[in-house]
Structure formats: structure tokens, C-alpha cells
Design a protein around this ligand. Sequence first.
Ligand code: FPP
Length: 255
Amino acid sequence: MGANDSQSADQGQIITIPRHVAIIMDGNGRWAKNRNSPRHVGHRAGVESVRTIVEACAKKGVQALTLFAFSSENWKRPKKEVGLLFDLFMIVLQRDIKRLKKNNVCLRVIGDKTAFPKKLQECIRMAEEKTAGNSGLVLQIAANYGGRWDITQAARKVAEKIKSGELQPGDITEATLNAELSFADLPDPDLFIRTGGEQRISNFVLWQLAYSEFYFSDRLWPDFDAAAFDLAIQAFSQRERRFGKTSEQIRTIKN
Ligand code: FPP
């Protein structure tokens, strides 16, 4: 199903709902600094925005939401901040299970989980297990994730298949590599959002953003509320996605 096939009427306007939204939740630290508070206060406030946007996506019928919670590069942050982020992550995983169930959300964590403390790995496993049967929104938390890491681990798997004779180098297509990436079973993100005023990908999803629409918001993540998300969806709705074709071809197909 294409993103255009899932439409909802909003104040008389036809809104196209993206199948998959990917978000870089930036600005927690600055939000806290603006309040003379330590950075972890911003991360805690950021959790409220996570809840708001997850519920908004579930309500709108978005198929998948991928949130960048901790990048492969975030290990470079002060040890204390990294530890507090892991604690927060564990608290949310334990406390929000009921809420996820209520909203029929299936939770997954993508990234190299092996580097996390054992306790956190166990919390992730439990949360994934408890929500695995939910058939609504797939909520992907990208943690210790990096787009380059994902492509590298996919290439390693393809190399293993070549080594075992299962595959010949000449057989490799885009689909071969795609199948080994972290979320091969989901559609590529239709809409990529970054909050906090910066306009970078920062080694988030790389391969699968090839044809995504980009939306940048100056709002700091804790201030990114349902209305701000609606604006992003409206902007997405107005984009013409051509996938290499001409505007005329797209209009002919639509009509
Ligand atoms: C970027 O803002 C934010 C992060 C690296 C962490 C995001 C974490 C949360 C929103 C809370 C936990 C999330 C889940 C899914 C449980 P920044 O700290 O780089 O902000 P700055 O650019 O203002 O310094």
C-alpha cells in the first residue's frame, strides 16, 4: 500500500498519512539549559513528547514510527549522561507497557543491543516480548544505532552467505542488501523529521531514507507536541513525491 492510499479528512482537507515516520528527537539538552536545569531534565521531558507522538501516530493509522533515542556516537557523551539515559530508557520500558498495549503498539529496539548493560538488554527483551502480538503501530526505538552500522552489519551477513556458497557475488542486488537491514519487513520511512533546528541526518537511517520527505522543525523535542506533529503531516501531504518520474507522469497516474 502506498502512502497516498491511506488518507484521512482533516478540517475538510485531505491529509495523506505517511506509512512510516522516522524522527531525530533533538533539543532536550537545550530545553533543559533554557530552564537552568541539568540535561537529564530535558531527556525526562522528552519522554512526554515520545508518548504524545506515539499516541498521535497510533490514532492516525501510521504503520511504523522510528525514533532515534541513542546513536552509536552518543557513547562519547559524559558517562553520567549516558548512564542516566539508560536508566530513563529502562524506566520507560517498564512503566509504559500498559500504555503501549492500550494503543495496540508493537515495540522493537533496533541497533547493536549487545553493548548495553545486561539489565537493560533484559528490559528490552521483556518489552518486545510483551508487545509482540500487538497489531497496530510498530514503534522502533533506535538505540546504539547508526545508519553506517546497519549497512555494515548487512554487508557482513551478505559476505557470510557468499562464503558459505549460498550466494554468488554477481547475484547481489539492492534487494539482497536491503533484506539484511534492521527493518527490512517495514516500508521505508515516507517522512523524516528532525526537531531542534539542526538540518542533518547524523548517521540516522541512511539507506532507507533515499526517497523520504524531509521536515525540519525549530522546536526543541520536549516542545514538539501533537499540533507540531500535525504541521509536519500537513507539510508532507503537500509534497509531490516523484520517485524519479516527472510531475506530469505523477499527475497522470493519480487522475
Ligand atoms: C537529543 O537531544 C536527544 C537524545 C540523544 C536522547 C533522546 C532521548 C529521549 C527523548 C528520552 C528517552 C527516549 C525514549 C524512547 C525512552 P540532545 O541531548 O542532543 O539535545 P541538545 O542538542 O539540545 O543538546
